[in-house]
Design a protein around this ligand. Structure first.
Ligand SMILES: O=P(O)(O)OC[C@H]1O[C@@H](O)[C@H](O)[C@@H](O)[C@@H]1O
Length: 427
């Protein structure tokens, strides 16, 4: 099924019409795709991407919009999603690059690639385990092991501590007062705890020294708090051993490492905005190994086909044979190019992504700057990829692999850093 034909060459190759008249399919500059026809890559990619965007917007609207408005938003977004998919699919039919069933398969594959990933992750975390002949729930310890040290309690604490950061840099107002207030009046038993009491307990349990109780009396200024948050990143709380992210300032501009009680202070002190790239040795070997295995399997399958006498480039030959104009054929549509590009990206993601896990709990970033940088980067990469000379095949594919491996570094580490610095400047 995956070795399906594309209409623009199928009508010429098929025996269905015998010696009769064949349909004349009009070709366009977008027609001469060189890969097999099923499923539609355009529909699959658009569907997977838009599904993620849609889910993200819906999740972000939680707590910001009323339930009624969220339902309305969800309906509108789903409608837009379906309209977009129909348009993408229709454009692929119009250009004679696909049959209808191939676009439908693309939609299902795109949707499932996201669902499958989430389903597998959720099942791993929440799913039952078969233990000594019966199914049972996972214990907290087992969930912790699955999360590889990302302790859920620490994660929740880190969110509370981030909130503390916001409160601390607020102007004197009702909220900071409320957070620090004790209930007045007579009360039996233990005095009611303040929100701040819980937070201070967490700060202490995470190993932060020199925390002066009663932030109202401390000399912490907005500038130093922001600086410390940017420098060390609240997300260090995510990893138990990196228990050093808040500090009490003695003077506004001093940011001394001595104020931290962390085991690897020196390691983090080089990073000025919290998106600490901790070097290749911090990359979980599992992820790297998975990417290397997947690359080996992909290339292995390619070479195995060749060894078995199947030409992995059969579709390229058919595209060349039936494309009206050779200049409409682009190398970046070939299966080999896709293989090199995807393997490069996978390798780059395996190297860059783990260093980015802390970004999610970093101080906010400037969305506009982030988007502008991302779009510019994508454009620059597209231009660079197009500019690679095609005269030497090995050089061409080597450069493409490198380019696509470097991209995740800039996307995951470089751009968030710039966007956060921009937000910091705004503050
Ligand atoms: O299968 P379709 O819709 O013609 O799309 C093919 C394209 O699919 C994309 O997913 C690939 O990135 C491109 O390299 C490829 O050319």
């Amino acid at each position: 099924m995956l070795m399906d034909h594309r209409p623009f060459w199928w009508v010429q190759e098929t025996t269905v019409y015998g010696k009769g008249l064949r349909p004349a399919l009009r070709q366009t500059p977008l027609t001469c795709e060189t890969g097999p026809g099923s499923p539609s890559g355009h529909v699959q990619g658009a569907s997977a991407l838009m599904y993620v965007v849609l889910q993200h917007v819906l999740r972000a609207s939680k707590g910001r919009l009323s339930d009624g408005r969220r339902r309305y938003l969800a309906m509108t977004l789903w409608m837009l999603y379906m309209i977009l998919m129909v348009l993408v699919g229709a454009s692929r039919l119009y250009t004679a690059t696909h049959f209808p069933h191939q676009t439908l398969l693309g939609l299902v594959a795109g949707d499932q690639s996201w669902h499958g990933h989430r389903g597998a992750t959720d099942a791993r975390i929440y799913g039952p385990v078969y233990d000594r002949g019966e199914w049972r729930k996972r214990t907290n310890k087992e969930v912790d092991q699955l999360l590889e040290g990302e302790n859920i309690v620490s994660f929740i604490k880190s969110i509370m501590l981030r909130w503390l950061g916001h409160v601390m840099i607020m102007e004197e107002g009702w909220l900071p007062k409320m957070m620090n207030a004790r209930m007045e009046g007579e009360r039996r038993g233990r005095p009611k705890k303040r929100w701040m009491d819980d937070i201070l307990r967490d700060v202490t349990s995470l190993g932060v020294r020199n925390w002066r109780t009663g932030w109202g009396q401390s000399e912490i200024s907005e500038n130093t708090v922001v600086k410390s948050f940017l420098k060390y990143g609240i997300s260090s709380a995510l990893v138990g051993s990196e228990d050093h992210f808040l500090y009490e300032s003695k003077d506004e501009d001093s940011c001394s490492d001595d104020d931290f009680n962390g085991s690897n202070q020196e390691e983090t002190s080089d990073y000025s905005d919290g998106s600490e790239f901790k070097g290749f040795w911090s990359i979980p070997p599992k992820m790297l190994l998975a990417s290397v295995v997947m690359i080996a399997v992909s290339f292995g399958a390619y070479w195995l086909q060749r060894l078995m006498g199947v030409d992995p480039q059969w579709s390229v030959r058919l595209a060349f044979k039936w494309c009206e104009r050779p200049e409409w054929i682009h190398v970046n549509t070939t299966p080999l190019f896709s293989l090199v590009r995807d393997c490069g990206s996978m390798f780059g993601i395996a190297l860059a992504a783990p260093n980015n896990t802390r970004v999610r709990s970093q101080p906010r970033h400037n969305v506009v700057i982030g988007m502008v940088c991302t779009l510019s980067l994508m454009l620059a990469f597209q231009m660079a990829a197009d500019a690679v000379p095609t005269s030497d095949v090995r050089l061409f594919y080597g450069c493409q692999f490198m380019l696509h491996a470097v991209k995740p570094f800039l996307l995951f580490l470089g751009i968030p850093r710039i966007a956060r610095l921009a937000k910091h400047k705004q503050h």
